[in-house]
Design a protein around this ligand. Structure first.
Ligand code: GTP
Ligand code: MG
Length: 309
């Protein structure tokens, strides 16, 4: 075959192929064409080798662009569950977003973020593509999905209670295999969805027993039932408390448990911390309203704080 025609045919074969599939096809072509090291076929060969490298770089940047979502707010949860477990439906209901939902698998193909308000504090929750068995070995984009899970602060395992429980066990298997069970100890919550369906209750009880060391709650994302309990458990999972500045009783501020008055001042403004003299505490935990405290006083949820400079 004249090499000009060969070149055209190669272009045809590679059209519309990306990533792994493109590299595989290039390798196949390399094996098929005459094995000359120089001359026109030698040149085609060199071009194809170069194309493999370019494809690698391109698919890497692409994957990163699509998959990286900047962490915003005090805590980032991810929704991890089998395909069609209702992840997008749940996030829409909690946040008012309008992500696509459908009764077929793999509706969501890349992470998408929304803010959910709990106790007046905004949390970022990421909706992810469904996860399947073999994810830790990269099946179904598994590695990329798990990388997003790794960089988050907490995991909501969304179990589809209309499906065999083995599917949920597989998800726990994958997060265990990838080391996330250890890394995210105390930051994983089990949520059973579609609880309004028959047999869901019974299945959830089984799950709850099996995974008794995780906080768990059964909900119906569709009917929005048990959302208060869900939010309360999510809040507890964050390990945060919310407090108020005496100047702004509308907007609470989230702090890590056991934060001190000076941590609070720092979070508001560096200068406020530098000019700190003492503080006054109001609210349900104060010994009396306006209790005077020092910089190292440990705050409790719902404290109202006045910094004196
Ligand atoms: N019966 C019932 N169906 C639900 C519930 N929540 C979601 N669904 C349905 O389940 C199907 C899948 O919902 P999605 O929100 O698209 O699920 P997903 O987990 O985001 O799916 P993928 O993005 O494909 O992984 C849709 O038909 C939803 O209407 C629920 O609480 N009860
Ligand atoms: Mg989805």
């Amino acid at each position: 075959m004249p090499h000009a025609i060969a070149k055209q045919k190669i272009e045809e074969r590679l059209k519309n192929l990306e990533g792994k599939a493109r590299i595989q096809e290039i390798r196949k072509i390399l094996a098929e064409i005459p094995q000359y090291k120089s001359g026109p076929y030698g040149e085609i060969r060199a071009e194809l080798e170069e194309l493999i490298n370019k494809t690698r770089v391109r698919s890497k940047t692409k994957a990163r662009e699509i998959f990286a979502i900047k962490k915003e707010g005090d805590f980032q949860f991810v929704l991890l569950g089998q395909p069609s477990s209702g992840k997008s439906t749940l996030l829409n209901a909690l946040s008012g977003a309008h992500f696509k939902t459908a009764d077929y698998d793999f509706t969501t193909l890349k992470p998408q973020a929304a803010f959910v308000q709990i106790n007046g504090v905004g949390f970022q929750i990421l909706d992810l593509p469904g996860i399947i068995e073999g994810a830790a070995q990269d099946k179904g984009m598994g590695k990329r999905i798990l990388a997003v899970v790794r960089s988050s602060n907490g995991i909501i395992v969304l179990s589809d209670l209309s499906k065999p429980l083995e599917e949920t066990e597989q998800i726990f298997g994958e997060i265990k295999k990838s080391g996330l069970l250890m890394e995210k100890t105390g930051k994983i919550i089990l949520v059973g969805n579609k609880s309004e369906l028959p047999e869901a209750k019974q299945k959830f009880e089984e799950l709850k027993t099996k995974y008794s060391n995780f906080p768990s709650v059964a909900i119906s994302a569709m009917n929005q039932t048990n959302f208060e309990e869900l939010k309360q458990k999510l809040w507890e999972t964050t390990g945060l408390i919310y407090v108020f500045s005496k100047n702004d009783l509308e907007k609470p501020l989230a702090l890590k448990k056991d934060s001190t008055v000076i941590d609070f001042a720092r979070k508001i403004h560096k200068e406020l911390a530098e000019q700190f003299k003492h503080a006054k505490i109001y609210g349900p935990n104060a010994k009396f309203q306006g209790q005077k405290v020092g910089a190292e006083h440990i705050l409790k949820e719902k404290d109202i704080i006045e910094i004196i400079t």
